[in-house]
Design a binder for this molecule. Structure first.
Ligand code: G6Q
Length: 553
């Protein structure tokens, strides 16, 4: 595999970045009134403005040439064709099949993926209908109005984020708790708040072996037995979302109550599969179908649109430009919609678990930077917290600002205030405030020369902080689906350019194995334990200290 940073296309971009180093973005705007029209794209219910990046037409051309050098179009075709592009796990990557039209025919390794998907969707719909109509009853004959979704990582973050984002579409009287952490306080708080006669436990685990999920599931089952349920009632209160039928059966959940997906669905790309059951139960199956339809629109756009007008491609190229040529290592996700509060956490996994890698698909260590650190909070909350660093920090952070033009809950002028902040922040980050502007302002306030000298350095904003703005009419199932699919494909394109496999996650393994080894050394509170010696001095010391505290307490 050619190291992408050795290509002439990469070198051209390095030269572009050097040439633009002293050109402020505000100057690019001043000399180019068409910038907004040229550097924006509308697709699948979303509008992307990427004009507030340090781009010129030459840079865009060179970025497109880089995409061609990295075979983005060929790799895209390979993904849609169901090829095993997840090379380290020998798997296809076909989450697009989960939201395809019923008439589409996706297949992989001779298996008709579309037929499998349609059959499972039908089963999910049938189940949702029975729950919503009250026909699926608990052990005491009551309808089930509460879901406790037990899963972690990809089996938690997606459904949790989507269910929160679609709060205006919740079915009256229904509620869902998402329990992920092995910290027992997480599950205990939910169990304190639910009625065992009306609760459905949805055990979401692709492998059905994950320590956190199986621990929580077993504790939930024990609680159910202590609170009126019997072995024979498991079928009325527990369903599984998994690829592992044997482990599901061993847990005591029968095949009828298992909703399946397949190894070509990566955990962090699985909310469109059976893993989305908790979303469908909370917002209704029709709205879940609309979520899939929105993603499908973005898939079609991504699949068929030329690179220069392709929203995920351009968002990815801007990401590569900022990461590799401007040298930005952190990226903020800033939704201006409270219902998208979980989006930063969701994208943190989607992006960092996919592209947080330093080895290329063929095993060589890459010679360039890869995925940035992602973080974020909803606006305007973040403005009163970490935006100081975005505006004046020593490091430059890029950011995506996301907003619906119309709120689902227009209350007085709240949304206009929210939108004015959404707009003002990207303007401020781009323009900044020069020393001359600061000095003029202070002079206008009647400050003395000495005061101006002392204060002005603190009040300068360097500007040139790149941002994208993603606008939609309303946040609803279709636009949410498009938005998530936009990011999925953006991450894919970046991974292709960086030459890495975006679909494995070996980096989560080491800690899991070590935790399994350590567990017996701290298990059994109150027991006298031999001093730990098997680890480094720090880990041994901490184990001994924890054991001492737990023995006393
Ligand atoms: C996602 C990862 C990871 C996974 C969890 C849960 O892409 O693979 O976050 O989703 O570890 O795994 P299970 O669904 O198998 O419990």
């Amino acid at each position: 595999m050619t190291e992408i940073s050795s290509t002439p296309q990469w070198k051209a971009l390095e030269a572009d970045a050097a040439g633009l180093a002293q050109v402020p973005m505000r100057a690019l705007f001043d000399s180019d009134p068409d910038r907004f029209a040229r550097y924006s794209i509308e697709a699948a219910g979303l509008f992307l403005d990427y004009a507030k990046n340090k781009l010129t037409d030459q840079v865009v051309d060179h970025l497109l040439a880089l995409a061609a050098a990295a075979d983005v179009e060929e790799r895209r075709a390979a993904m849609f064709a169901g090829e095993a592009i997840n090379v380290t796990e020998g798997r296809a990557v076909l989450h697009v099949a989960l939201r395809a039209a019923a008439t589409d025919a996706y297949s992989t390794a001779g298996e008709d993926a579309s037929a499998l998907v349609q059959a499972e969707l039908k089963k999910m719909k049938g189940f949702c209908d029975r729950v919503h109509q009250g026909a699926f009853k608990g052990y005491s004959g009551k309808a089930l109005d509460t879901v406790v979704n037990i899963g972690i990582g990809g089996s938690d973050l997606g459904p949790q984020m989507a269910a929160a984002a679609l709060q205006p579409f919740w079915i009256d009287g229904r509620r869902t708790f998402f329990i992920s952490n092995v910290d027992g306080q997480h599950l205990a708080a939910a169990l304190d708040a639910v009625d065992p006669e009306r609760t459905l436990f949805v055990i979401a685990s692709k492998t059905f072996t994950t320590q956190e999920t199986m621990t929580n599931a077993k504790s939930a089952r024990a609680w159910f037995f202590e609170n009126g349920g019997g072995e024979d009632d498991i079928a009325k209160h527990f369903v599984a979302l998994s690829t592992n039928a044997e482990a599901v059966a061993a847990f005591g959940i029968d095949r009828e109550n298992m909703f399946q997906f397949w190894d070509w669905v990566g955990g962090r790309y699985s909310l469109w599969s059976a893993i989305g059951l908790s979303i469908a139960l909370q917002v209704g199956f029709d709205n879940f179908t609309k979520l899939l339809a929105g993603a499908q629109r973005m898939d079609q756009h991504f699949k068929t649109t030329p690179m220069a007008q392709n929203m995920p491609v351009m968002l990815a190229l801007v990401g590569v430009w900022n990461r590799n040529f401007i040298g930005i290592s952190a990226h903020a996700i800033l939704p201006y919609d409270q219902h998208l509060a979980r989006l930063p956490a969701y994208l943190q996994q989607a992006d960092m678990e996919s592209n947080g890698k330093r080895v290329s698909a063929d095993g060589s260590v890459v010679a360039h930077a890869t995925g940035p650190v992602l973080f974020g909070e909803p606006g305007t909350n973040g403005q009163h917290a970490f935006y100081q660093l975005l505006h004046q920090g020593a490091d430059i952070v890029s950011a995506d600002f996301i907003a619906p033009a119309i709120s689902q809950r227009e209350l007085g002028d709240h949304h206009e205030k929210l939108l004015s902040n959404f707009l003002a922040q990207t303007e401020a980050l781009m323009r900044g405030k020069t020393e001359a502007e600061v000095r003029d302002e202070l002079r206008g306030e009647g400050k003395s020369d000495a005061e101006i000298d002392a204060l002005s350095p603190h009040k300068i904003f360097p500007g040139d902080r790149p941002t994208n703005s993603i606008l939609m009419e309303r946040l609803e199932p279709e636009t949410l689906g498009s938005l998530i699919a936009l990011y999925e494909h953006k991450i894919f394109v970046e991974g292709v350019i960086w030459g890495i496999n975006s679909f494995d996650q070996w980096g989560v393994e080491l800690g899991k194995v070590l935790a399994r080894n350590i567990l017996p050394e701290i298990a059994g509170a109150g027991e006298e334990k031999p001093s730990a010696t098997a680890h480094d001095a720090s880990t041994n010391g901490l184990i001994n200290r924890i054991n001492a505290i737990r023995r006393k307490g």
